[in-house]
Write a protein that binds this ligand. Structure first.
Ligand code: PLP
Length: 396
């Protein structure tokens, strides 16, 4: 059996999305900016997709959304654009992010730090979420931007976005949220959240890879990063990815239509898996079920390296993740667990299981069986499972 429980990394393309995209590869392949019919025949589908996108996040209209190549691009654009507009050519010198942002945010800020920008990395509490008081205290008269994620990719913890938006508004600071892990999992409403910018990526909500979006509130100024043929109203140049845009639009519509299914059915399966895992001795999950996106579990299985567990699961056809970068051969600890204050031993035992609306009951039953057997086997051969690591910050 093959079970895919790594949906926070990427998702299967919904067959309905694939169907919508197909004609734009070998039939309607013209450049939408061309004046002939090959170009213009894709316009109705592009218009429909832009409608699906802005309606999906409750933006004012399609002018508030620019399509990009991925969330990494959207995020780079916001942070570097704000740098050009308000730091290089303005009075500001400061950006605030959380300690648990995705590298698309944190690495971009590190780069700006090398150019002299001051960056505050807000610490997180034992659940991996920032405290509003620490945000209030960090804002100064020279703060240009606050960038805080909507939901965390590792833990699934949902951040208090509306409250953060309110604090930013009260202090006249721009607010960007990385909503990559929120779209299709919880309701995302840019009006209610009060964000100035918001990034998303189609492949995280059953759309294609290589296409993402950036919400820019009410024509807010943002210097372009990609100059060229003045596509997307001159805001982002580059020939439009017609199939990708059409696919992302359909994926957004389906994601919103399936929110109740996510909240009820996906969550029911996730909770079943979580309850079964927590019956195993010495296992911990970060955050309560209600505080997280309905599809995600970050579990720590004491005494078992995350990678060892992954290997065992993979051998049995189950795909999961440890959440570490995995770019090197070295065994890495989970960065969010580290930020939470888990001791290194425990941070090494993280296992992320992320479901989707395509996950079945049968797959979860099989995973429970394999996971229990893996824990017994790996603890049996582990020389390290004799001590009891503690959480030095939270006492969890
Ligand atoms: N932000 C978060 C929270 C993510 O989980 C990811 C991808 O894992 C990204 C940003 C980057 O998305 P993409 O790879 O589509 O650029």
């Amino acid at each position: 059996m093959r079970v895919y429980l790594d949906n926070n990394a990427t998702t299967i393309v919904d067959p309905k999305v694939y169907e919508m995209m197909e004609p734009f590869f070998i039939q309607m392949y013209g450049n939408p900016n061309s004046l002939h019919r090959f170009g213009s025949e894709s316009h109705p589908a592009l218009r429909c997709a832009m409608d699906q996108l802005y309606k999906g996040i409750n933006a004012r209209n399609e002018d508030d959304i620019v399509v990009t190549s991925c969330a990494t691009e959207s995020i780079n654009w916001v942070i570097k654009g704000v740098y050009f507009d308000h730091i290089v050519n303005g009075e500001k010198d400061h950006i605030i992010i959380s300690e648990v942002e995705h590298p698309a945010v944190s690495a971009t800020c590190k780069f700006l730090e090398s150019l002299g920008v001051k960056v505050t990395y807000l610490p997180v509490n034992e659940k991996g979420v920032i405290e509003l008081e620490s945000l209030k205290n960090a804002i100064t008269p020279t703060t240009a931007l606050v960038s805080i994620m909507w939901a965390n990719n590792e833990t699934g913890m949902i951040f208090p976005i509306e409250e953060i938006g309110k604090i930013c508004r009260e202090n006249g600071v721009l607010f960007h949220s990385d909503a990559v892990q929120a779209i299709g999992k919880v309701s995302v409403d840019v009006q209610k959240a009060g964000v100035d910018f918001m990034s998303f990526s189609a492949h995280k909500f059953h759309g294609p890879k290589g296409v993402g979006g950036l919400f820019i509130k009410d024509g807010q100024k943002l210097t372009s990063l990609l100059h060229g043929g003045e596509h997307m109203g001159g805001r982002r140049s580059g020939t439009l990815n017609t199939a990708g845009i059409v696919g992302m639009g359909m994926a957004m519509e389906l994601a919103v239509a399936n929110l109740d299914f996510e909240k009820n059915n996906v969550k029911r399966l996730r909770d079943k898996l979580e309850d079964a895992i927590l019956q195993i001795e010495d296992t911990f999950v970060i955050g309560t079920k209600e505080e997280r996106t309905p599809n995600t579990i970050l579990v720590s299985v004491k005494g078992i390296e995350g990678e060892a567990m992954l290997w065992d699961l993979n051998k049995n056809g189950i795909a999961a993740s440890t959440g570490s970068a995995c770019a090197s051969e070295a065994l890495e600890s989970n960065p969010v667990m580290e930020a939470i204050g888990a001791e290194a031993d425990l941070a090494h035992t993280a296992l992320r299981l992320s479901l989707s609306r395509f996950t079945t009951q049968e797959e979860i039953d099989y995973t429970i069986e394999i996971l229990k057997a893996a824990v017994t086997r790996l603890r049996g051969i582990s020389s390290t499972y004799s001590y009891a690591p503690t959480w030095h910050k939270s006492g969890l």
